[in-house]
Write a protein that binds this ligand. Sequence first.
Ligand code: SF4
Length: 325
Amino acid sequence: VSLSVDLAVATATNTSFSKALPGLQLAVDSSSLGVFKTCARKYYYSIVLGAQGKAGNVHLHFGILLHEGREHYDHARASGADHQQALRAAVKHVLKATWSKDLGRPVWPDHYKPTNKSRYTLVRTLIWYLDQYEHDPFQTVLRTNGKPAIELSFSFDSGYASRTTGERFTLCGHIDRVATLNDVPYILDIKTTEYTLGVGFFKKFRPHNQFSLYSLAGQIELPVPTQGLIVDAAQVAVTFSRFERNIIPYDRAAVEEWHQDLGVWLDQLDGCASEQHWPMNDSACDNYGGCEFREICSKSPGSRDIWLSKLPKRVWDPLQRRGDI
Ligand code: SF4
């Protein structure tokens, strides 16, 4: 990677990065770690520099808005609204979030290939999902302040430190929802797919980077340790959305194994920053329908910075909190 990029400047507004070693992320969430595990170069582009591939990520966008809709629904119900009132609040939120006042029309990320995930299917999926779970046996936990336990931010010491600077690594993130069934607490998450639901779909959540971190957080950050995760899966097709729920158990041994491996990954993260080199994993370029940075990586190394500078940027800072555990 060319060193013409000033990493101190690139990460100046990102509080999750070290000031002592520019390019070293100290507060790590599952998204950052997941990208790093996939390809260190992709991590450099998307997390360190904050570049967004040309295609935009419609799947991420769809998922975030579905979660936000669910969040608005839960807040409304906790404030005394009935199902229909809360549903309207949720739909209103996603409609507003996908509307540009300036342009006077809906806005939706472009995508490199046709997808079932559109503004229309988002609203339909949200309504059908909330209708299906109107009488959910899993009851959202109410916190002591009376607010629902949704979008809970967590951050705790990882148990590891940078070999280069000695600074501690923090693990952080946001848990969707904590709910109980027969007084047993679980972490709930919504996952969307365009493919058929079934045993094969749920198998991919163990082992799973994000869920391992959530399980660790659930076991040490919550007053009562969680017993696993619940995945609410939504299949989004052109003409229908359908849902399936499954429990993904995570015992203590599985979480401990993930935490042990984490030390190796954080060492590599540290090494990349201290060497100012994030290697390409060219066997990951075709994952998930093709990497959004393929066009950049296909260019001659000396010209990549120019191409990168043309991409839209955002700051990925997992320390920006939402709710609190
Ligand atoms: S195109 Fe391949 S090498 Fe380049 S960032 Fe993506 S996964 Fe990594």
